[in-house]
Design a protein around this ligand. Structure first.
Ligand code: THU
Length: 167
């Protein structure tokens, strides 16, 4: 037996930041502001990420690069680490991501890398709520309602339930 399975993925596009809901606009502005402080002396690709917690609190982070390239870390993982370290039980409701180059805000929205999708997955699964992802660019803003949409068939804590040592 063979079955074809399709996963439908719907997302939203906005023409500009002004078209977003007020809270999401504020978060996006936070991400852009954060990007200005990014430490990216090697790639010159300055990324900012801002999360809104259930309490309404906003936290932000940037990419932090390193001369030993793999030791660098993305903005998304930095802000999630901050949220989990300091506000473990205040669920992440939304994350906005923005990137700047010497030409200003990038034209097409930046999308999170695979590692960051996996880290966001941990939070989405742990907290049992969808995390809204807001990706900013000059040309358009993309809004994705839930991390699972961009990491389908994801590995998560459910896969590790009831694991025991091999006999
Ligand atoms: N980067 C992020 O911080 N977030 C992304 O979503 C994409 C990539 C960083 C990693 C590195 O410092 C630079 O951007 C270029 O890859």
């Amino acid at each position: 037996m063979k079955r074809q399975v399709s996963i439908l993925f719907t997302y939203y596009e906005y023409d500009s930041i002004e078209d977003l809901e007020k809270d999401d606009r504020f978060l996006t502005e936070g991400a852009i502001e954060a990007a200005r402080n990014a430490y990216a002396p090697y790639s010159h690709y300055y990324v900012g990420a801002a999360v809104r917690l259930e309490s309404g609190m906003m936290l932000s982070g940037t990419n932090v690069e390193n001369a030993a390239f793999p030791s660098g870390i993305c903005a998304e993982r930095n802000v999630v680490a901050n949220a989990v370290s300091n506000h473990r039980n205040d669920r992440i409701e939304a994350i906005a991501i923005a990137a700047l180059t010497s030409a200003g805000l990038i034209e097409d929205p930046v999308t999170p890398c695979g590692n960051c999708r996996q880290v966001l997955t941990e939070e989405e699964v742990r907290n049992g709520n969808k995390i809204k992802i807001i990706l900013t660019g000059v040309r358009k803003i993309i809004v994705i309602e839930g991390v699972e949409n961009i990491l389908p068939l994801r590995f998560n804590s459910g896969n590790l339930k009831a694991t025991l040592p091999l006999q």
